[in-house]
Design a protein around this ligand. Structure first.
Ligand SMILES: *Cc1c(COP(=O)(O)O)cnc(C)c1O
Length: 232
């Protein structure tokens, strides 16, 4: 067994245990393997363990891996900061975007999504940590933004995403995840049919699952500590 296959099993076990502890079915939570900074060979190893969904934060790096692995049936999620000059490459290459925080970016993705592809599946990223974080729209703006995105062609709004500031106290950490969960329930009560709550990473996936995560985005617990000191 390789390190990646051992780690993959350990992460699956953590997800299953967290689901059991939260009284949720194990298939309520999907694993997104975050392969940013790791080579194509690492993605192949994870794919050999049955992993299908992979997350990338850098457009060029992601596009290269997607091209190199085109013969495998993988699903690629863009999870990084998205500038307007990168929307075409994202719309052409990825199946999902988790990090949508501005209407202008959503409009560009809708315009650039090729007609032969299914709609781009998107989540609105919300800043649930206040001043401790710069990315994501404010919770107060989330409803208007979500309704505007839901009305765009070629995109399908699936849910919300957050990267809460890291807290030592897991009860405090839980509160920020729970804020996203509350917002998710509110938007659904407003008529948006959202099914995806993308929250939780290597160090806090248990707390996120307790608060209702449906997708956890896990990098270092699968692939190891990232060597490069690029952000995220
Ligand atoms: C890098 C990254 C992750 C994975 O983080 P780990 O701590 O390595 O699990 C998850 N989500 C986003 C948005 C990331 O940029």
């Amino acid at each position: 067994m390789t390190t990646i296959s051992i780690n993959m099993q350990a992460v699956r076990d953590r997800i299953a245990a967290a689901c059991a502890a939260a009284g949720r079915p194990v298939d309520a939570v999907q694993l997104l393997a975050v392969s940013k900074t790791w080579p194509v060979a690492s993605v192949r190893e994870a794919a050999a363990c049955g992993q299908r969904a992979f997350g990338e934060s850098y457009v060029q790096e992601g596009a290269e891996k997607i091209a190199a692995l085109a013969t495998l049936d993988l699903e690629w999620h863009f999870i990084g900061p998205l500038q307007s000059n990168k929307t075409r490459a994202v719309a052409e290459n990825f199946a999902w975007v988790h990090s949508l925080e501005r209407l202008k970016i959503a409009q560009r993705l809708a315009a650039h999504r090729p007609a032969h592809l299914p709609p781009l599946q998107v989540c609105v990223q919300v800043n649930v940590s206040g001043e401790a974080s710069k990315s994501g729209c404010s919770p107060a703006d989330a409803s208007a933004l979500a309704h505007a995105i839901a009305a765009l062609p070629n995109l399908r709004l699936r849910g919300l995403m957050a990267i809460p500031a890291r807290m030592q106290d897991s009860a405090v950490q839980y509160q920020s995840f729970a804020r996203l969960g509350t917002l998710f329930a509110q938007l659904n009560s407003e008529g948006l049919a959202l099914d995806t709550l993308s929250m939780g990473m290597s160090h806090d996936l248990e707390v996120a699952i307790k608060a209702g995560a449906t997708v956890v985005r896990v990098g270092s617990a699968i692939f190891g500590e990232r060597q490069s000191n690029v952000p995220n």
